[in-house]
Design a protein around this ligand. Sequence first.
Ligand SMILES: [Cu+2]
Length: 283
Amino acid sequence: MNIYSRIGTIEGLLYSLFAFLITFSISSCTSDLAKNSRDEANLIPPKESDLVRITDTTWRDNSYTVYADAKLNNKYHTVYLHVKDKSGNPINDKTLDFYPEMSMGRMKHGGPYEHPLALGNGWYRSPMVFIMADIPQMGIGWQLHTIRSHEGKKDTLAIKIPVTAAASMRTMSSGTRDDSRVFISCLLPDNVKQGKHQIQFLMNKMDGHHFPVLDNYVIKLKTNMLSMGHGSSGNVAAESIGRGYYEGTVNFSMAGSWEVLIELWKDGKKANQDDIKYRVQVI
Ligand SMILES: [Cu+2]
């Protein structure tokens, strides 16, 4: 089942409106791909003061607090869960799992994510992509489904997590030749300094309720300075670095409003059917 084929229903209409609408304005965010490294050396608990607290709840005498790299928008985030018992002792549970799911009236869908890594001291971390913002009149919205095993039985706690519309769209979708609908998340902050920057993307296809990563593309990119109508030299196409991530170089040669236009190439041919661009404010 493809949720994007449900045009004709209110949900379908809202999907088209919210998932494809490109809104441009300015805010800031942080994305650090290195934080999601699965290297042993990277498996250390975060500093609580570096994170934004999203929500908390209590379940069976354990407290669950959700944190993230920033307030949650419809884009790529690093999400953290901190679990403690009622005395405040950290709960380290190797079997703990969680995943995001959005409930929209009678429909549900997920988004790209990785299974969480246990960081010690009761902390768990996972990158995830919220492919839409909450729609207030449609009920619950996004939840973090947290799975705990107890005496061989699995139980799920659904934690409501608010996801608001991103000021600058960072997760775009497009039809493709071979992989039907794909999601391309740009990890660049909304505001960057003038000059050359590494630019990272995460690419997932939508396969029913699953969002497998795509590693066999090249993401070609060019820039456009909006007020002056020129591009820049020194941009380097983003190549796969594994696990669905791509990395390239982008050059913003002046301060002002820019956009990064990308094309998805596979087997020497352009594969995206929709235009994909990301707005960046260069300061
Ligand atoms: Cu949705």
